[in-house]
Design a protein around this ligand. Sequence first.
Ligand code: MIG
Length: 770
Amino acid sequence: MKDMGKLIDWKKKGNELRIRFEHREMIITALTDEIINVFVPIWSDEHRSKAVEESDLKRVAKSGPTSVDVKAVEEIKEGNGLRPEAGVELRTGKLKVKISNEGCVDFYTLEGKLLSGEYRGERKPIITLGIWEMELLKAEGHTVADTVLGKPVNDVRAVDPDEHFYGLGDKMGLLDKRSYEYENWNTDDPSAHNEQYRSLYKSVPFLICKKKECAYGLFYDNTFHSYFDLGKENPEYMAYSAEDGNLDLYFIGGESIKKVVGNYTLLTGRAPLPQLWTLGYHQCRWGYSSAKDIREVAEKFRELGIPCESVQYDIDYMDGYRVFTWNEKDYGKPGELFKELGAKGYKPVVIIDPGTKREKGYFMYEEGTEGGFFFRNSDDTEDYVNAVWPGEANYPDFGRKEVRDWWGKHINELCDMGVAAIWNDMNEPASFNGPLPLDVVGYDEERKTTHRELHNVYGHFMAKATYDAMKEYTGKRPLVITRAAYAGTQKYAAVWTGDNQSLWFHLAMMIPQLCTLGMCGYPVCGVDIGGFGADTTPELLARWIEASCFSTFFRNHSANGCIRQEPWKFGKEVTDIYRKYVKLHYRFLPYIYDLMHEEEENGLPVMRPLVMHYEDDEVTYNLNDEFLVGEKLLVAPVVTPGERVRKVYLPEGTWYSLWTGAKHRGRRFFLEEAPLGHMPVYVKAGSVIPMYEEMSYVGEKPIDRISLLTTPEGGSLVHYQDGGEDFSYREGNYNLYRFDVDGTGKTEITMLNEAQDVKPYDYFRVIRLH
Ligand code: MIG
């Protein structure tokens, strides 16, 4: 880090190295052999992390470093062209960190390979501003250097010419984020998100860097407005900066992308195993505006034999968009429709926005005002007012426990009504009367602060409030779906990518976007199938349901005013294709569930970019139109209109077509027939994949049998089965099977764990591809 001044002295205490420089201190902490925190307290002495909580640190401590040694070094010579410099060196069981006397921090493997070196030169920003913008800057008394370079928190790191970047949450752009520029400032922008968008709804300042034969991660834990320039300004470096806060960098080693992701999620937490039904199919529309609408749609799914778990309740179910109220006029008595549809297997999922209507006599307004639970205006004299759906509204200050508890109490009332899952929207937070001023007052627990610091964690805290309340109250694994998030929100919520549109380009972007969310610790994620805004077409919807077949958040959703988007609106051909892929999703549900269970252990997502498993294969570095499900399935959806033959790439190994059993040699491209309704899917040789029988919804009938899909080589499978709802699996209440299937289909079963009260399968059968 620049501007530290000269090194004065240093002291090692346990895993921690404190270095005093002329102008600042730097604290290096080895949390594990591979996770190293570099902390420069520019703004506060403590970390004040929202992503890494006390409980996270306790968990990480269990994998503490095997050794931490520190010594002074005369000359730091190693590394690609770095000048010899004196400084201090910290070594763990896996990594070496060198801190120069000028405060530059470089990370190496123990063998001396440079993973990430601080850039020693000056930043040379390319001026991309137009004449008009330049004039404006001048008029306001700024220079370009002020705006691009004048941030208090900076880290500029040298990058290799062939280095690739992944991660950063829900950001647009391709899988490889090199040459893009991004901002972390949660943003609700309903226009069509394009490739060059710098920010969307979430801020996950975690970057995965892939160099020849190694990978590492950089997690900049800072909730203020921050920026990444990934070699756009200059191909020699990447630059991170933030408007305020500390430099709080976690360097994440691990050699492979998989291990880096595993380490990042060890640090920020892993998504808990969801209830089985939540992984099924969901239908939604902003515009199902009465009990009649919901009922009709729910019944139609059953009638057409298309599986479905929920028809979700968007904002119209509320009385005048007042949160925690019910519109009886259009939806009948609270809870009645839930019961009626519950009998048909439907679980109620309702939307809850944060914006609380300002209206005398409305209980949320009265309680919130009375309790002092809302954001305050900048001079802290009155509650801050903006507007959202209900008109003038206040914003709950979720950073305080008492506010979260208050909110949670009302969440519990929804649970009493029968609500099974909560969908959180508008929590960037969105506002109709211009953005919230940065100096709006809120709290981080007892500490008074402003929206500048709290903005990017607003959705995070709202999701936490909801998750904690539901978990405690119901004892079940809560499904909270959130639009806004920060790093670590995966502990509390699943995510969707907000308002996409019915555009072929958005169908295509789904693949890098969801793969990226997965690499950033969000295994339960999805996009609005069919597109939220704009009007979908029969072909687009058919291709969209194909491509989403393996999504963990699997929901068709569309906006009021756009064409209705249920499959039957598009005739028999589309309905048949739709049914085929929703049914296929349910058949593969046990595979997805196994992967989610494994994710709690290894942090790996369900949907993965090929580069995660084939890191030495350059073709995969920026492959945007294929993905893996776990490592056994490869999916190559058609995402281009009119295309009926697809170019498919299969990596190393042997693969079998799921549909025909045709055998393919990997590490090559080939053409595959892909008429409408046919999505190329391949099974890796030596795989055994669990499958259920067909069902209309989870809970329709006991799941008493399992099928094992195998390739001609046979293989083995560790398969997990539990009751699908509560947390008793954490006390061992689950069955764990190992199936060893040989080349003839003969199968040996070993029970690795037996549940107290989960009935094992009565039957199994082997389905052999050949
Ligand atoms: O300003 O609740 O992204 O899924 O249907 C729009 C209405 C508010 C935005 C969400 C979308 C939802 C819609 N909401």
